[in-house]
Design a protein around this ligand. Sequence first.
Ligand code: SF4
Length: 187
Amino acid sequence: MKADPVLVAGVRGCKACPLHTTRTLAVPGWVGDKYDSKLGLICEAPDYYADQSGRPLLGRSGELFDEILSQLGLHRDTMFITHMVRCRPTNGDLSRLPEATTACAQWTQKELDAYLPRVVLLMGRAAIESVFGKGNVGTTRGTYTKLGGVVYVATYHPFAALRNKDLVDVIMADVELARELSELGES
Ligand code: SF4
Protein backbone atom coordinates (compact mmCIF):
# COMPACT_ATOMS: atom_id res chain seq x y z
CA MET A 1 0.00 0.00 0.00
CA LYS A 2 1.17 3.54 -0.69
CA ALA A 3 0.59 6.60 1.45
CA ASP A 4 -2.27 8.77 0.21
CA PRO A 5 -0.59 11.49 -1.92
CA VAL A 6 -3.21 14.05 -0.96
CA LEU A 7 -2.54 13.50 2.73
CA VAL A 8 1.21 13.55 2.20
CA ALA A 9 1.01 16.84 0.30
CA GLY A 10 -1.34 18.27 2.92
CA VAL A 11 1.05 17.52 5.77
CA ARG A 12 4.11 18.68 3.83
CA GLY A 13 2.50 22.06 3.23
CA CYS A 14 0.73 22.42 6.57
CA LYS A 15 1.16 25.70 8.44
CA ALA A 16 -1.53 25.13 11.04
CA CYS A 17 0.75 25.70 14.02
CA PRO A 18 4.01 27.57 14.72
CA LEU A 19 6.17 24.45 14.34
CA HIS A 20 6.08 24.89 10.57
CA THR A 21 8.50 27.79 10.94
CA THR A 22 11.31 25.68 12.44
CA ARG A 23 10.92 22.36 10.62
CA THR A 24 13.10 21.13 7.77
CA LEU A 25 10.44 18.71 6.54
CA ALA A 26 7.04 17.85 7.96
CA VAL A 27 6.72 14.08 8.39
CA PRO A 28 3.48 12.59 7.05
CA GLY A 29 2.28 9.14 8.07
CA TRP A 30 4.41 6.46 6.44
CA VAL A 31 2.87 3.29 5.02
CA GLY A 32 4.87 0.14 4.27
CA ASP A 33 4.66 -1.61 0.91
CA LYS A 34 3.14 -4.68 2.59
CA TYR A 35 0.84 -2.83 4.97
CA ASP A 36 -2.28 -4.90 5.55
CA SER A 37 -4.34 -2.53 7.75
CA LYS A 38 -3.54 -4.42 10.91
CA LEU A 39 -0.78 -2.67 12.81
CA GLY A 40 -0.14 1.05 13.17
CA LEU A 41 2.20 3.04 15.35
CA ILE A 42 2.02 6.58 16.73
CA CYS A 43 5.20 8.14 18.14
CA GLU A 44 5.39 11.54 19.75
CA ALA A 45 7.23 13.88 17.35
CA PRO A 46 9.91 13.77 14.66
CA ASP A 47 13.52 13.68 15.82
CA TYR A 48 16.48 15.15 13.93
CA TYR A 49 16.63 12.28 11.43
CA ALA A 50 12.90 12.37 10.71
CA ASP A 51 13.03 16.15 10.32
CA GLN A 52 15.87 15.86 7.81
CA SER A 53 14.47 12.92 5.82
CA GLY A 54 10.71 13.36 6.11
CA ARG A 55 10.39 9.74 7.27
CA PRO A 56 9.49 8.55 10.78
CA LEU A 57 11.46 6.55 13.32
CA LEU A 58 15.00 6.54 11.94
CA GLY A 59 18.31 6.96 13.79
CA ARG A 60 19.22 4.75 16.74
CA SER A 61 15.64 4.55 17.99
CA GLY A 62 14.49 3.36 14.60
CA GLU A 63 17.28 0.81 14.39
CA LEU A 64 16.34 -0.57 17.79
CA PHE A 65 12.68 -0.70 16.83
CA ASP A 66 13.53 -2.60 13.63
CA GLU A 67 15.61 -5.01 15.72
CA ILE A 68 12.66 -5.61 18.06
CA LEU A 69 10.37 -6.22 15.10
CA SER A 70 12.89 -8.61 13.60
CA GLN A 71 13.10 -10.61 16.84
CA LEU A 72 9.34 -11.06 16.58
CA GLY A 73 9.43 -11.99 12.91
CA LEU A 74 7.87 -8.65 11.97
CA HIS A 75 8.98 -5.84 9.65
CA ARG A 76 7.95 -2.21 9.41
CA ASP A 77 6.96 -2.80 5.77
CA THR A 78 3.71 -4.25 7.12
CA MET A 79 3.00 -1.19 9.27
CA PHE A 80 1.65 2.34 9.21
CA ILE A 81 3.84 4.74 11.26
CA THR A 82 3.08 8.31 12.19
CA HIS A 83 3.57 10.98 14.86
CA MET A 84 1.20 12.93 17.09
CA VAL A 85 2.95 16.09 15.91
CA ARG A 86 4.48 16.04 12.43
CA CYS A 87 6.99 18.88 12.64
CA ARG A 88 10.01 18.65 14.91
CA PRO A 89 9.66 20.62 18.15
CA THR A 90 12.90 22.40 18.90
CA ASN A 91 12.70 21.64 22.63
CA GLY A 92 11.30 18.11 22.11
CA ASP A 93 8.73 18.48 24.88
CA LEU A 94 5.14 18.19 23.66
CA SER A 95 3.65 19.06 27.04
CA ARG A 96 4.70 22.68 26.34
CA LEU A 97 3.12 22.62 22.87
CA PRO A 98 -0.63 22.16 23.32
CA GLU A 99 -1.31 24.28 20.23
CA ALA A 100 0.73 21.97 18.01
CA THR A 101 -0.77 18.84 19.55
CA THR A 102 -4.29 20.13 19.00
CA ALA A 103 -3.60 21.36 15.46
CA CYS A 104 -1.90 18.16 14.34
CA ALA A 105 -4.66 15.88 15.69
CA GLN A 106 -6.57 16.62 12.45
CA TRP A 107 -3.85 14.79 10.48
CA THR A 108 -3.80 11.86 12.88
CA GLN A 109 -7.53 11.38 12.38
CA LYS A 110 -7.27 11.75 8.60
CA GLU A 111 -4.47 9.18 8.47
CA LEU A 112 -6.39 6.76 10.69
CA ASP A 113 -9.43 7.17 8.44
CA ALA A 114 -7.34 6.59 5.32
CA TYR A 115 -5.21 3.66 6.50
CA LEU A 116 -7.62 1.99 8.94
CA PRO A 117 -5.19 0.17 11.25
CA ARG A 118 -6.90 -2.39 13.45
CA VAL A 119 -4.44 -1.95 16.31
CA VAL A 120 -2.18 1.04 17.03
CA LEU A 121 0.86 1.06 19.29
CA LEU A 122 1.26 4.31 21.21
CA MET A 123 4.96 4.86 21.87
CA GLY A 124 5.98 7.28 24.59
CA ARG A 125 4.28 9.36 27.24
CA ALA A 126 2.61 12.00 25.09
CA ALA A 127 1.23 9.48 22.61
CA ILE A 128 -0.08 7.29 25.44
CA GLU A 129 -1.68 10.21 27.27
CA SER A 130 -3.46 11.33 24.08
CA VAL A 131 -5.62 8.21 24.36
CA PHE A 132 -5.31 6.91 27.94
CA GLY A 133 -5.21 10.29 29.70
CA LYS A 134 -2.61 11.33 32.25
CA GLY A 135 -0.87 8.50 34.01
CA ASN A 136 2.32 6.63 34.63
CA VAL A 137 3.85 5.07 31.50
CA GLY A 138 5.27 2.25 33.63
CA THR A 139 1.82 1.15 34.73
CA THR A 140 -0.05 1.95 31.50
CA ARG A 141 2.30 0.13 29.13
CA GLY A 142 1.21 -3.34 28.24
CA THR A 143 -2.47 -2.40 28.54
CA TYR A 144 -4.90 -1.65 25.75
CA THR A 145 -8.13 0.22 25.18
CA LYS A 146 -10.49 0.79 22.30
CA LEU A 147 -11.41 4.20 20.93
CA GLY A 148 -13.21 5.07 17.69
CA GLY A 149 -12.99 1.51 16.40
CA VAL A 150 -9.22 1.28 16.94
CA VAL A 151 -7.49 -0.78 19.63
CA TYR A 152 -4.62 1.16 21.21
CA VAL A 153 -1.72 -0.56 22.99
CA ALA A 154 0.56 1.53 25.21
CA THR A 155 4.34 1.10 25.30
CA TYR A 156 7.61 2.94 25.78
CA HIS A 157 9.34 4.78 22.94
CA PRO A 158 12.46 2.90 21.78
CA PHE A 159 14.48 5.97 22.74
CA ALA A 160 13.80 5.08 26.38
CA ALA A 161 15.25 1.62 25.77
CA LEU A 162 18.47 3.14 24.44
CA ARG A 163 19.01 4.49 27.93
CA ASN A 164 17.57 1.51 29.83
CA LYS A 165 18.22 -1.81 28.10
CA ASP A 166 15.71 -3.58 30.37
CA LEU A 167 12.98 -1.84 28.40
CA VAL A 168 13.84 -3.70 25.20
CA ASP A 169 12.06 -6.82 26.44
CA VAL A 170 9.19 -4.70 27.74
CA ILE A 171 8.64 -3.06 24.36
CA MET A 172 8.97 -6.42 22.67
CA ALA A 173 6.21 -7.85 24.86
CA ASP A 174 3.96 -4.90 24.06
CA VAL A 175 4.57 -5.17 20.30
CA GLU A 176 3.80 -8.86 20.54
CA LEU A 177 0.54 -8.04 22.35
CA ALA A 178 -0.37 -5.59 19.59
CA ARG A 179 0.45 -8.17 16.96
CA GLU A 180 -1.71 -10.80 18.71
CA LEU A 181 -4.63 -8.40 18.99
CA SER A 182 -4.32 -7.43 15.33
CA GLU A 183 -4.23 -11.09 14.27
CA LEU A 184 -7.25 -11.87 16.42
CA GLY A 185 -9.14 -9.01 14.85
CA GLU A 186 -9.80 -7.71 18.37
CA SER A 187 -12.49 -5.05 18.14
FE1 SF4 B 1 0.84 21.27 10.65
FE2 SF4 B 1 1.24 19.37 12.46
FE3 SF4 B 1 3.33 20.63 11.41
FE4 SF4 B 1 1.76 21.92 13.09
S1 SF4 B 1 3.04 20.11 13.59
S2 SF4 B 1 2.49 22.70 11.14
S3 SF4 B 1 -0.28 21.03 12.60
S4 SF4 B 1 1.88 19.29 10.30
